[in-house]
Design a protein around this ligand. Structure first.
Ligand code: NAD
Length: 264
């Protein structure tokens, strides 16, 4: 495979100021992609940009926007196409987590999680798919990667993060729907479902994650907590020509956690 297979292509990553988003942006830049880095926190994407520019000569546009607000996403689209002529990779990565059982969650918490994790991804996809489908890249015009979670899978539904689980199940469902809706436009849509990874979402704290595992008696066949670079490596595969015939799929990346829950 061409070492710089993303040259001339632009990758838009939401939530690029932290964790997986930052790591995926670095990975895409390493293959020559120009970048649109979105986050609700501007300083965090400035930091991502500075890290990337130390190693790679790529063009980077920063956009502070709340993806749960469609007007802000529309404004983002305007800025993107004033600067670039394509979005080849769209990564719906931004997400928030809430550690409560679903039925005791307050309305505000429900709205926040669903607005960012579900409506946010829908907003961004809705804003960009038309332009992506008209791009002249062959055989695939564009690729959408949704960062869901094991918590949204059948074996991973997790009452300790109830509404979050529901939001990620919805994102997995959207992945299949969008793959069906956009297949004839030569856009692939796939999801990555990470298990337990060391990022700011888990306070970058392995003890916090181990405690979380203990509560549900979760064991990992590959007994290591994941690192963001592993998610970026799978995203890179989904961004590459090696995955051009894969769509509507959900890649579970969890050290075997979901095959073990309630089974060991
Ligand atoms: N860390 C894990 O173990 C894990 C496991 C499974 C899935 N995930 C998912 O991976 C994705 C990234 O998680 P992470 O661990 O890197 O989290 P993180 O908290 O480090 O990063 C999330 C980023 O999203 C941004 N963000 C939040 N709300 C936003 C909004 N409304 N608009 C734009 N940006 C917004 C945040 O500012 C932050 O920079 C999330 O969707 C998360 O649910 C994480």
């Amino acid at each position: 495979m061409n070492e710089k297979f993303l040259v001339g292509k632009v990758a838009l990553v939401t939530g690029a100021g932290s964790g997986f988003g930052r790591e995926m942006a670095i990975a895409f830049a390493s293959k020559g992609a120009n970048l649109v880095l979105n986050d609700i926190n501007l300083e965090s994407i400035e930091e991502t940009r500075n890290i990337i520019l130390k190693s790679y000569k790529v063009d980077i546009l920063l956009i502070k926007a709340d993806i749960s607000v469609f007007n802000q996403v529309k404004e983002m689209r305007k800025e993107v196409f004033e600067r670039f002529d394509n979005i080849f990779i769209l990564v719906n990565n931004a997400g928030v987590r809430l550690g409560t059982f679903s039925l005791v969650t307050k309305e505000e918490g429900y709205n926040k999680v669903m607005d960012v994790n579900v409506k946010g991804a829908w907003n961004v996809t809705k804003a960009f798919y038309r332009k992506m489908s008209k791009q002249d890249f062959k055989p695939i015009a564009g690729k959408i990667i949704n960062i869901a979670s094991c918590a949204g899978t059948e074996c991973g539904a997790n009452p300790y993060i109830g509404i979050y689980s529901v939001s990620k199940a919805a994102l997995i469902s959207f992945t299949k729907l969008w793959a069906l809706e956009l297949g004839s436009s030569n856009i692939t849509v796939n999801a990555i479902c990470p298990g337990l990874f060391l990022t700011p979402m888990y306070k970058n704290n392995p003890e916090f994650i181990r405690e979380f595992m203990k509560r549900r008696n979760v064991r990992l066949p590959i007994d290591r907590i994941g690192e963001a670079k592993q998610v970026a490596d799978v995203a890179l595969f989904l961004a590459s020509p090696a995955s051009d015939y894969i769509t509507g799929q959900n890649i579970i990346l969890d050290g075997g956690m979901t095959i073990s829950i309630n089974k060991l």
